[in-house]
Design a protein around this ligand. Sequence first.
Ligand code: ADP
Ligand code: ZN
Length: 615
Amino acid sequence: MDRQTLSKNLMWVAVILAVSFILFSFIRPQSEKIEEAPLSEVIVMAHNGNIASIEVKKNELHIITTSGDEIKSYKESDDNVRELLTAAGVKIEDGSLKLTVKPDESNIWNQLLLSLIPLLILGGILFYMFRGAKGAGNQVFSLGKSKARMFTGTKSMVSFTDVAGMDESKQELEEVVDFLKQPGKFLALGARIPRGVLLVGLPGTGKTLLAKAVAGEAGVPFFSISGSEFVEMFVGVGASRVRDLFEQAKRNAPAIIFIDEIDAVGRQRGTGLGGGHDEREQTLNQILVEMDGFESSTNVIVIAATNRADVLDPALLRPGRFDRQVTTDLPSINGRKAILEVHIKGKPLQKESDLDVMAKQTYGFSGADLANLLNEAAILSARRDKKEITLSELEEAFERIVAGPERKSFVISLKEKEITAYHEAGHALVAHMIPGTDPVHKVTIIARGAMGGYTMQLPLEDRRLVSRSDLRKKIAILLAGQVAESIQFNDMTTGSSNDIEMATSMVRKMVTEYGMSDKLGPRTFGHKQDMIVLGRDIASQRDYGDRVADEIDKEVAALIDKGHKTAYDILTKNRVKLSRIAEYLVAHEMVEGKELKKLFDEPASDVQIEEQPAS
Ligand code: ADP
Ligand code: ZN
């Protein structure tokens, strides 16, 4: 038994003693059985002269009758026996009845004890705390000690096979596993061990799972902590906790440190306006200091998770820190099937093919949602005394989750899926049809971060200079999403806001910064000022008159209109293709490579348009 458990046990002994003390002071030993009589009867007996003496002690009356019998009685605490007897006409003064009222000494003792006990307990606790504080790991006095949990032993660990799908992410992390397993191999060649990996993805897309799997695959301990834990703490505590966490990990190296929700501490540091959050900054600084302080041979890799990489302080993303990013996307149909297969293990399912049905239906579900779906279905089946999970429980579980509060932000109806499909098909088709643009590499309607879906173009060569015609094409492509929606559904949605914002700012820059407007000529408009107080924020000052402002607005509108018309022309003339791509996306959620080429190139009955005139 170490000191800590000893003092803990001592404390328990003290508490038990105190409690039994209290109990004993209430329960009196009852030596002999004495007859009891109600007070009213005692008074009647006294009135009749049958009582020799009454002894009052607290609320107990000890009575001796004239015939020598003992009787016991009780009174209410505010009853006064002398008054009661006098009122009943009993003469006490003449000595025929001897009344003695004993001072209530036991009561005094009780009170004394009762007031002492809390003091004793308090003393005990204080004693325990101070002893504990001298030792290690006391909760009250070691707020700064890391609460990071340590998982050792590889047996209980997650491995890559527990992570379904996500092949790309796993592949990227494979390297981290190698580093942890055989650092010597890399160090011998002078390679720098990666310090930090940032996992970026929506909640429930398996970031924690992946980090654990890396630790599991490498067979190293896993230390985890969440950024949000730091925020609610006293100033200075977060930093010391980070120090302890890293210390602990280094002592157990090779090891993985996992920082969940790093955005809670790693947001861009204050612009100086509105006051900063000291605790957050100190914690963040400490993380940076620790990561920079790793010696080249320290084999500790920090994996951090966030669903928003864009809000992170750029200092976190510098080389030697979290310079590797791995995205975890929401799973596509195949991914969802694979995740369902992982989680159905140990749950009897009536028909294997039901999982296909669910995989198709669960567009927009994260891995966590899918795990939850199967769990709900299992619970439903058990409540219905079924031996196996059937499609009806799966369907009901699906509906519960979709309607549930935790998914209010992400319920995707079939209609929305279709709209997103047309939107992305619009971007893709316009990008493909306008000559001289980067080839379309991949189109997906699986959400990534704030985007409902995305169309990925791969640049053929690295370009530093962007021409006016490139920008015009880009604007048409950006607007094509909304154009496709309105062509197909005769309506538009809020899903295009980001596209439109980007197109507008691009056009504005063309006119006011790049001098690309024929009407306004090669001039910059607006005098930019880097204001130090504002940090990154740039305040623009108007250095032109109202007439020019009008001109700028007109030019911006004209350029947007032109892009819009290009997109509209291409999409109306290729409606069959547009629908074909969109329908493919509804069914498969993603398209790339050969399939995409086929969709683009297979002749459709409608005519392709000519290249748009350049100006
Ligand atoms: P995040 O950290 O991204 O919020 P988690 O890693 O905590 O998400 O995932 C929550 C749960 O969802 C996991 O414990 C696991 O059960 C399930 N899950 C998520 N993605 C997958 C996947 N690719 N394969 C298997 N299970 C998954
Ligand atoms: Zn779009």
